[in-house]
Design a protein around this ligand. Structure first.
Ligand code: ADP
Length: 403
């Protein structure tokens, strides 16, 4: 304790000691005179001064404990800041299921300060009832209102002096799931293409050799020609699917995504010349860190699909939107075609899945793979009209859009 801090303590103790001492001294002086009432009065004064001294000392002890309380408060602030820095949404619920505490990610998910799970903007009623029924210790994959996946985990804890509380952690997992799924598809594609190439290559070369031999009866010549044509076609088909497994690693650079969008849209429009598609492009710049060549491929696929979807519509329209948020840049490609049926939303990203005659079924799976390589997500999200594909690109550290 420094001398300044000691001063109030000495002065607080001092005057009480002086009064108590003076009263006792007075009482001793009066003893021979037998002034019992005055002596008693002086002793009472001395007692009161000493009692007040004790109370003061106790209070002083409490004052001395203050630095520890301030330390506690600082620690609580640090813990709160730490929880706010976590990207997972955390909701603490009381016994009646009311939200009593939440971190910043949870507030963002809720859209505002809310006191009930039912009011969390990102969750629909079906998902909320699943979450409310989750027992402590359970984990479950649920879907948010916008179709994205959330990994929910329910836990419970007891803080000192409080009743046990439940908490829910909700973590966006689309990117991670995509990466796992893509890796599984890769493994399968690698095996299939390898096996098919091994089988097809000798068929093609043997057929070529047989065809080169002279004097085939016409029927054999026709059969050989058919085998060669089919085998060559199959070889080309397998070769195309190889690109799914051969996606180059992204070489990121900082660029304006709105410029890339305009470039890709212009070249798509030159192909679509003669069609009456109305195209709306984003006006505001959006600087991101990504591989522009890979993103161009993904965007071209989305645009081509949108153009094919609006073909035959009375007033075909494609809209590309760009939204820059603190943590990510969101690109949406909307069209007013027939849309994607809800039960097909996951299927359309499966390699080789196509509903088009002559379609390859590679566009969306390749685009999702490009997204995953950037730790981004690509999804078909619910839309009032037609289809809407949403690419969410996370902000890189130090990126201008992230601040
Ligand atoms: P492909 O275009 O060769 O069929 P994709 O992987 O690009 O391959 O698309 C897969 C499927 O997803 C399509 O066949 C179609 O059924 C569906 N799809 C993609 N984009 C759209 C869209 N904008 N509107 C409706 N359906 C779409």
């Amino acid at each position: 304790m420094d001398s300044l801090a000691a001063y109030p303590l000495v002065s607080a103790i001092g005057w009480r000691l002086v009064i108590a001492g003076a009263a006792v001294w007075g009482a001793i002086q009066l003893l021979p005179s037998h002034h019992i009432a005055t002596i008693a009065l002086l002793l009472i004064v001395a007692f009161l001064a000493l009692a007040d001294l004790c109370v003061g000392m106790t209070r002083r002890t409490t004052i001395q404990a203050r630095p520890a309380t301030a330390e506690d408060a600082r620690e609580a602030d640090q813990l709160r800041a730490l929880l706010d820095a976590v990207a997972t949404a955390l909701f603490v619920l009381d016994a009646r299921g009311r939200i009593v505490r939440c971190n910043r990610a949870a507030r963002r998910m809720a859209g505002a300060m809310v006191s009930r799970l039912e009011d969390v903007a990102a969750l629909d009623p079906g998902t909320i009832s699943i979450l409310q029924a989750l027992p402590a210790g359970a984990r479950r994959l649920v879907r948010a209102r916008d179709g994205r996946n959330l990994l929910a985990w329910c836990g419970s804890f007891t803080a000192p002096g409080a009743a046990p509380q439940r908490f829910l952690s909700l973590q966006w997992v689309a990117g991670e799931l995509d990466a796992v799924e893509i890796e599984a598809w890769h493994a399968m594609t690698r095996v299939l293409t390898h096996e098919m190439m091994n089988a097809l290559a000798p068929i093609v070369s043997l057929t070529e050799s047989l065809t080169a031999l002279p004097d085939h009866p016409p029927q054999t010549a026709r059969a050989l020609a058919t085998i060669e044509r089919r085998a060559t076609h199959l070889l080309g088909f397998v070769e195309r699917y190889r690109q799914l497994g051969d996606l180059p690693r992204p070489v990121p650079e900082v660029f304006d995504l709105s410029v890339l969008v305009t470039d890709v849209a212009q070249s798509a429009m030159s192909v679509l010349e003669g069609t009456s598609i109305r195209l709306s492009l984003p006006a505001k710049p959006a600087r991101i860190t990504a591989d522009p060549e890979l993103l161009e491929r993904a965007l071209a696929n989305l645009l081509q699909n949108a153009a094919e979807a609006v073909r035959g519509q009375p007033s075909p329209r494609i809209t590309i939107e760009l939204t820059t948020e603190k943590t990510e840049t969101i690109l949406r490609v909307r069209d007013n075609g027939p849309g994607v049926p809800v039960d097909r939303i996951d299927e359309i990203f499966v390699p080789f899945f196509t509903t088009k005659e002559g379609g390859s079924g590679i566009g969306l799976s390749l685009s999702r793979q490009i997204a995953a390589a950037h730790h981004a997500t690509l999804m078909a999200v619910p839309s009032d009209e037609g289809a809407c594909f949403e690419l969410r690109i996370p902000a890189a550290d130090g990126e201008p859009s992230a601040h």
